[in-house]
Design a protein around this ligand. Structure first.
Ligand code: C2E
Ligand code: MG
Ligand code: MG
Ligand code: MG
Length: 286
């Protein structure tokens, strides 16, 4: 309404709008404070194959504000992108996730064939500093590049196709795995899929949710799997919540999964306790 009234916008200003902008300013301040003081935590969610074995984990950012309590990344990541904090936060995530993998590798709790998936914001990916930061983080933590998967979204590739391609090729040369997150919800072209060095598509959970009841969702998932197979790209289904969903996904040849059926995101210790079986339990003793 305010937009329609054009020049008279100020006349439409109401107390509740003032309250909303106060709340936003307060949230911005809190996010600056959280970023400066590193008041974040990473949760880890298992990723599994059709045999039920662990193949990796996704690192998911958590922010618990002392006043507001838990704030969802779906809410604060867009704000961080808008106010220029995402690069700092994203670098913190990279450092924390790699440090965790390094610790787990050292403790024998992480297998070198597993991958740690790390979300990368389009803005973060497009920085000239992204590649140098990635390299130096890998060196700093002595984590093999093959243990790392970067999740980017389709929209990351929209601007400046040439630069994106060059950067992705450099990432592949390091040996890091590349996934397209939330596949099917952004703007992607088949040309991208054909020409970019992509290892995996993560089918967005919105297609998986109604797989059993919505025929067009099933058709879409089925088609994505067939296309990915032809292009030799792996497919992982997000948001796998029930056994019937898993069964249907297997039927249509999707063999990698993430979702509540396998496990919810958990703090580091709990992730290990719940999802990683101590190999010393089963190791033969001589
Ligand atoms: P995403 O990368 O697509 O992550 C998957 C989201 O789905 C996570 O939400 C996860 O908790 C949730 N999820 C997993 N399994 C299920 C399931 O079976 N059912 C349902 N309904 N949901 C499931 P979360 O942790 O709230 O994260 C939301 C989004 O915030 C992420 O979506 C990602 O886009 C963004 N995000 C999270 N951490 C980071 C980060 O470190 N950096 C950046 N740039 N973005 C992040
Ligand atoms: Mg993700
Ligand atoms: Mg996703
Ligand atoms: Mg998502």
């Amino acid at each position: 309404r305010a937009k329609e009234s054009g020049r008279n916008t100020y006349a439409m200003y109401r107390p509740e709008m003032q309250a909303a902008s106060d709340a936003r300013l307060e949230m911005e301040k809190a996010l600056h404070h959280a970023t400066e003081n590193k008041l974040f935590e990473l949760y880890y969610q298992p990723q599994n194959n059709a045999e039920g074995e662990l193949i990796g984990a996704e690192a998911l950012l958590r922010w618990r504000d002392s006043n507001k309590g838990f704030i969802s990344p779906a809410e604060f990541i867009p704000l961080a992108e808008e106010i220029g904090l995402i690069v700092e936060i994203g670098t913190w995530v990279l450092n924390e996730a790699l440090s965790q993998v390094a610790t787990w590798l050292e403790q024998g709790k992480w297998q070198s064939s597993w991958r740690m998936s790390i979300n990368v914001s389009p803005i973060q990916f497009q920085q000239a500093s992204f590649l140098p930061i990635l390299k130096s983080q890998l060196e700093k933590h002595h984590v093999p590049a093959s243990c790392v998967d970067l999740e980017i979204t389709e929209n990351t590739l929209l601007n400046d196709w040439e630069t994106s391609l060059t950067k992705m090729q450099a990432i592949k040369e390091l040996g890091v795995y590349l996934s397209i997150d939330d596949f099917g919800t952004g703007y992607s072209s088949l040309k991208y899929l054909k020409s970019l060095p992509i290892d995996r598509l993560k089918i967005d959970q919105s297609f998986v949710r109604d797989l059993l009841t919505d025929h067009s969702d099933e058709a879409i998932v089925h088609a994505v799997i067939a296309m990915a197979k032809a292009l030799k790209i792996n497919v992982l289904a997000e948001g796998v919540e029930t056994l019937p969903h898993l069964d249907r996904l297997k039927e249509i040849h999707c063999f990698y999964y993430q979702g509540y059926y396998f496990g919810r995101p958990a703090p580091a210790d709990q992730f290990i306790a719940s999802f990683v079986h101590d190999s010393s339990d089963t190791a033969p003793s001589f």
